[in-house]
Structure formats: C-alpha cells, structure tokens
Design a protein around this ligand. Structure first.
Ligand code: PBG
Ligand code: ZN
Length: 319
C-alpha cells in the first residue's frame, strides 16, 4: 500500500518501461489483405482506403515480393473477377484470378498464402451465397464453397478462410478438401463475423456490395456475444484450425471471451472501416500516427494470436 507501494517506479524511464511492457506487436503474426483484379493494368488505389490498392496479377506479384522483403510472412487474397453471374461461377474457375494469383505467389515467394473464400465478389447480385426464392440459400451454397476450396487447394493455397457465414460451411469444406487429397490445407473460420458498417470500404475494394437487401440474414447481430461463442464452438466441431473474430476494435470483448473459452488460435480481422477511420484521422492530422500502434496492441492485448490488418505493411515499414 502507498507510500511503500509506488506503481510509478516501473514507469520511470524508457528502459524501465520496455522491461515491464507486457504486450509486443508480433510482426510474424500479422497478415496483410491483398486485392487482385482480373484484367486490371498496373494497380489502382482504393479511394476509401488510402494506401491500399487493387493489383493486376503482375503488380500483385511484385507487391507481395516487397512485403516479403519487409519481413511479412502471410497474405490473405481477395479476388475481383471480370465475369459475374448468379452462381458466382468464376469463383471456382481453375483459371480464375485468385487461382492464378495463388500459383504466382507460391512460385515466386515463400509466403504463406491464405485465400478468403466467399461468393459475394463473384455473384451479380453481390450476396455471399446462392439465391433461391429470393433468399440466400444455405444448403445449395455449401457445395459451391466446397468446389472453390478444392480449386484453391489445387492452385497451392496454404489455408482457406470461408467468410460467407453459411451454417455448416467449415464441415463442407473440410470434407471436400479431405476427400480430394488436401487434408493438409488449414481452415481459418470466420466464426464470429458480425454485420457491421465497418465493411463499407472493403465492398468498394472488392466490388462486393449486395445489389439489394443486406447481409443481416447470415452475418451476426452486433448486440450478441454468447451467440459468437456458439458460432465458434460449431466451427471448432466442424474442423476449423483457427477461429476468427471480425471486426476487431469494437469487438475486443469477443476476442477476449473467445481466448478464454477456446484452445484454438484466435485470429482478429482489423477490417477496412477500422483502417479507414484511423488512417483518415492520421492523414487529416486529427490524430498522431502513434494511434496505429496503440490500436494494434489493443487487439493483441485482448488475446488475438493473429491479426489480419491493412496496417501490416505500414507497421513493418515503421518497425
Ligand atoms: C466477404 C468478405 C467481407 C470482408 C471479408 N470478406 C465483406 C462482407 O462480408 O461484406 C470484410 C473485410 C473488410 O471490411 O476489411 N464476405
Ligand atoms: Zn461474402
């Protein structure tokens, strides 16, 4: 008790503070999202996400090499196809843009390649699944997801990350991978994926806005936390290797709860809107760029093992 106890002793100098700091930024645990657009020439900046680009295959290849040289280990790929239809058939095309990107990156780098697995970038209606009777139909979507997973595995992906929030998606993908000889491919399950306005900038980046309606019928209600644990429990049972919470910053309580409840690695997705908010404020001079480190540390402190973040490149450059 005071005056014998003085908490300020351990904060008295920079070296002291370093010695007693509890939470490092683990650079080898950062994953950078990258966008590849079929038919694009060069690269194009995404307006709502300053510093983030859609790449052509060529530009992607040199960009990922740069990331590797900076010391980054992992990327998660998102594709923007030239052709969209009601079934999202470009998604499982072996000559599709993501399949090509996977091969290119695996041929030219040592990078760990994760591929987001969903239909919203590939369907003309922009929903994450197949539409039946004006509804996003769960069970007819599962075989399509399974087919995408196998095509990514064939291209050489290390891990698939199903983000469509269909029930049973992890199990369907696990059994398709296993029965096609891809038992070694990991699944990162977007278990607790909330419906949020924070995906707005991403939908510009990936051209994946739903044409009508919204995703409330499959993504989680942000008022719920116990439901997130049920979602993740189910994903674990279906064979997920990693559980994800998404978004991250308004959902630190969910990261912390899931860290306590599960032994699996927990990934947090620091989403596009979180990037845009913080980067926008930094660019406008409203906040110092130190806020970036603080926000990422808060996600690690909450218990995330892995962070998917658009700040990965920035953090590595300013290490
Ligand atoms: C596709 C998908 C989305 C994100 C990742 N995968 C968008 C959505 O569900 O609408 C969001 C990523 C981000 O905002 O950074 N289902
Ligand atoms: Zn989707």
């Amino acid at each position: 008790m005071f005056p014998a106890l003085r908490m300020r002793r351990l904060r008295s100098s920079q070296h002291m503070r370093e010695l007693f700091s509890e939470t490092p930024i683990n650079y080898e645990k950062l994953v950078m999202p990258v966008f590849v657009e079929e038919g694009l020439e060069g690269k194009r900046e995404i307006k709502s996400m300053p510093g983030i680009y859609r790449h052509s295959l060529e530009s992607l290849s040199s960009y990922v090499k740069e990331l590797e040289d900076l010391g980054l280990n992992s990327v998660i790929l998102f594709g923007v196809p030239a052709h969209k239809d009601s079934e999202g058939s470009s998604s499982y095309d072996e000559e599709g843009v993501v399949q090509k990107a996977i091969r290119l990156i695996k041929d030219n780098t040592q990078m760990n390649v994760i591929a987001d697995l969903c239909l919203c970038e590939y369907t003309d209606h922009g929903h994450c699944g197949i539409i039946k009777d004006r509804n996003v139909d769960n069970d007819s979507t599962l075989p399509v997801y399974a087919r995408i997973a196998v095509s990514y595995a064939k291209a050489g992906v290390d891990m698939v990350a199903p983000s469509g929030m269909m029930d049973g998606q992890v199990g369907a993908i696990r059994s398709a991978l296993d029965s096609n000889g891809y038992g070694g491919i990991a699944i990162m399950a977007y278990g607790a994926k909330y419906h949020t306005s924070l995906y707005g900038p991403f939908r510009e980046a990936a051209d994946s806005k739903p044409g009508s309606g919204d995703r409330r019928g499959y993504q989680m209600d942000f008022r719920n936390s116990r439901e997130a644990l049920r979602e993740m429990e189910e994903d674990e049972k279906e064979g997920a290797d990693i559980l994800m919470v998404k978004p991250a910053l308004f959902y630190l309580d969910i990261i912390s709860l899931s860290r306590q409840k599960f032994e699996l690695p927990i990934a947090a997705y620091n989403v596009s809107g979180e990037y845009s908010m913080i980067m926008g404020a930094v660019k406008d001079g409203l906040l110092k760029d130190e806020v970036i480190e603080e926000s990422i540390v808060s996600i690690f402190r909450a218990g995330a093992d892995i962070i998917i973040t658009y700040f990965a490149e920035y953090l590595l450059k300013n290490r």
